[in-house]
Design a protein around this ligand. Structure first.
Ligand code: ZN
Length: 649
């Protein structure tokens, strides 16, 4: 194993830049599909896979009209509506400064949620979201907000005489009690991690010097504050949810080379989770899901910093077991925020409180990180599936607000937060989700360009003097067209993802068939010297399929390519606005008048075969048990109506 310093020295700065914050995209055969043995990537002498990928800077990617760009615009508008001074209220109070504006509601201030101590998490997510939005769009208003918030936090640090900035009702006393091992309520490190991460993203993606200065002072406070803890006391503290504190200290190490930060990244790595996963033991039943996923993202980052293979083994094993054996068809996971025994799938699948959206956000961060290390189409398949059915599906296309749970209680509906009175965890990750779609459409390898997602967009590969433009109406039409603009004829391998859901993929170059793949879940390599105007068409096949639930043969979801099809039951009896809610704890009791959804009967494969297009794009019908047609639409297009994604047949 290389030393820490030696390993870091080999790291190009660009790799750090591209790793920060964004944590998105890469999808594999997710859903509730049975696990399958994964091919081992070839390893170099250093023990790392030979083939690695790097993301493109979002500033070099454009996004054209479509649902992703619409979602981005909705979030951009929300970010600009929010008032930094209101998010800063409790930070200033705790530093002994007068607040400049009233505090926001929900988790930020209301008595119902006082004990969870998430106060201030929103400011951290907000910084990350503004940094992602700035990197995506170049809109200076986002950078101005980042710089303003950072300058305010610097004023808090100065007034308090401490690097710690926090918004907890009891202020720094809560953190001190946690460090002493006292019994506390809430999740102080989870919340602080959001602030650290927001400042990191401000520093890295928006090049905010003020953010970097506040971050380093906060980071140094953390080093000093945790120094007295014995290893046992530290591990005991990690029994409480702590977000991705290991990830952020590994990032800080990459930013600075400071060995104290790397040591702390390792101390913040929860051994009770790391050790079994590194041995390939799935001990996840009953654990709080979103507490674990960010730790695993951190394991992969600590591996990148140390070369310690155990961290990587744990991350890859966790992904495999969660993405391939513990997820719903949508890529969501967990019931009531917890992993459950998959043998009991039938008891959990129809919960109104399954699939917390934060878990999908964090699983995509993990998937992306693993893809960079080992660029396999399987990761990209999962990324695509979860992006459509978990992330894009989480946003109200009309208000821009987002879901907490995306449960599959038949006939229930998506519930969205309010602009100023909810501020759930998923509100925070939701701010980030929709302003980073540019991040994971394309990746680069050694003289290779990966096309992972079929999204209307373009990418400029500056070092190659190359622009690749993608025109597509996917998923309405399972075809995409890529066109090169090049300064000079350039030898490159274009790696087109042949998704796991398409039996066959056919590629035309300048109108002639150049490749035909019958290996779903792989890349089609087109190695040639490209010239301006060269045009590549990828033709895929989208088919309706029945996806069986694990350990519950009578429970089925229907898919069309990567899309989960949902029964669309309309919104009869639902008053307008009743799906905009404040309190996430009441999921399952809002709008809970008894409702009997249409039933399906018969063999799942025969049912899938009976699904017919209804005439509109991506809309279908399936005959119910009584013979009446039931409307099916992509789950991501469900906005305000009652729906079903799983059926007991
Ligand atoms: Zn959440």
């Amino acid at each position: 194993m290389p030393t820490h310093q030696a390993h870091a020295a080999g790291y190009p700065r660009r790799r750090f830049l591209t790793n920060v914050g964004t944590g998105a995209l890469v999808a594999g055969l997710g859903g509730a599909m049975p696990g399958k043995a994964l091919a081992q990537a070839p390893l170099s002498e250093s023990g790392r896979p030979v083939s690695r990928a790097q993301p493109f800077d979002m500033a070099d990617v454009t996004l054209d009209d479509g649902p992703f760009l619409h979602a981005q615009h909705m979030t951009e508008a929300y970010l600009l509506e929010l008032q930094p001074d209101r998010m800063l209220h409790n930070f200033r109070t705790n530093a002994g400064l007068d607040p400049k504006a009233p505090v926001y509601g929900g988790w930020e201030s209301e008595a119902t949620w006082e004990d969870i101590n998430c106060h201030g998490h929103t400011l951290g997510h907000y910084l990350s979201a503004c940094a992602l939005a700035y990197r995506s769009t170049g809109d200076e208003r986002f950078k101005q907000r980042i710089d303003y918030i950072a300058s305010e936090l610097a004023a808090c640090q100065k007034a308090a005489g401490s690097g710690l900035v926090c918004a907890f009702p009891k202020g720094p006393a809560l953190v001190a009690a946690h460090l002493r091992g006292d019994k506390i309520t809430g999740v102080p490190w989870y919340t602080l991690h959001k602030v650290y991460a927001g400042l990191r993203d401000g520093a890295q993606l928006a090049e905010s010097e003020a953010s970097r200065a506040v971050l380093l002072r906060l980071a140094d406070w953390g080093v000093v504050a945790t120094r007295p803890l014995s290893d046992a006391a530290f591990e005991a503290m990690l029994a409480t949810e702590h977000g991705g504190m290991n990830e952020i200290y590994a990032d800080l190490y990459f930013m600075t080379g400071n060995a104290d930060y790397l040591a702390l990244a390792q101390r913040f790595s929860h051994k009770a989770i790391l050790d079994p996963l590194a041995r390939g033991v799935d001990h996840l039943d009953g654990l709080h899901a979103n507490t674990q996923v960010p730790k695993i993202v951190g394991f992969q980052r600590v591996f990148e910093a140390t070369g310690d293979a155990r961290y990587q083994q744990a991350a890859a094993f966790f992904w495999r077991t969660v993405a391939l054996t513990r997820s719903f068809a949508t890529g969501g996971l967990g019931d009531n925020e917890h992993f459950f025994p998959m043998a009991n799938f039938a008891e959990h699948v129809f919960s109104a409180k399954a699939s917390e959206t934060c878990c999908q956000h964090n699983m995509l961060k993990l998937t992306r990180a693993l893809f960079l290390e080992d660029p396999r189409a399987e990761y990209a398949d999962y990324y695509e599936r979860t992006l459509y059915n978990g992330i894009l599906a989480s946003q109200d296309p009309d208000s821009g607000m987002v879901t907490y749970f995306q449960g599959a209680r038949p006939g229930y509906m998506k519930l969205y937060h309010t602009p100023e009175d909810s501020f759930w965890c998923c509100t925070g990750t939701g701010m980030e989700n929709h302003v980073k779609y540019r991040d994971s459409i394309y990746f680069q390898g050694d003289d290779a360009l990966y096309v992972n997602l079929f999204v209307p967009s373009s990418v400029a590969w500056k070092e190659k003097g190359a622009v690749l433009t993608q025109a597509t109406r996917f998923p309405e039409i399972p075809t995409t067209t890529l066109r090169w603009t090049l300064q000079h004829p350039t030898a490159l391998t274009l790696k087109l993802r042949h998704p796991g859901w398409s039996r066959v993929a056919r590629v035309l170059v300048n109108g002639s068939e150049a490749a035909r793949s019958t290996s779903p879940g792989t890349y089609i390599d087109l190695a040639r010297t490209w010239r301006t105007g060269d045009e590549v068409e990828l033709h895929l096949i989208m088919e309706v399929a029945a996806e069986h639930a694990p350990a519950a043969p009578g429970i089925v979801a229907f898919t069309y390519g990567p899309l989960v099809l949902a029964g669309d039951f309309g919104r009869e009896g639902l008053a307008p606005g009743t799906d905009i809610v404040v309190n996430e704890r009441k999921y399952g009791s809002y709008n809970d008048a008894p409702y009997t959804p249409p039933a399906l009967a018969g063999d799942p494969e025969a049912l899938a075969a009976s699904i017919r297009p209804s005439g509109e794009a991506l809309a279908f019908t399936i005959p119910s048990a009584t013979g009446e047609p039931v409307s099916l639409i992509p789950y991501h297009r469900v906005g305000h109506q009652r729906y079903a994604t799983y059926w007991e047949v």
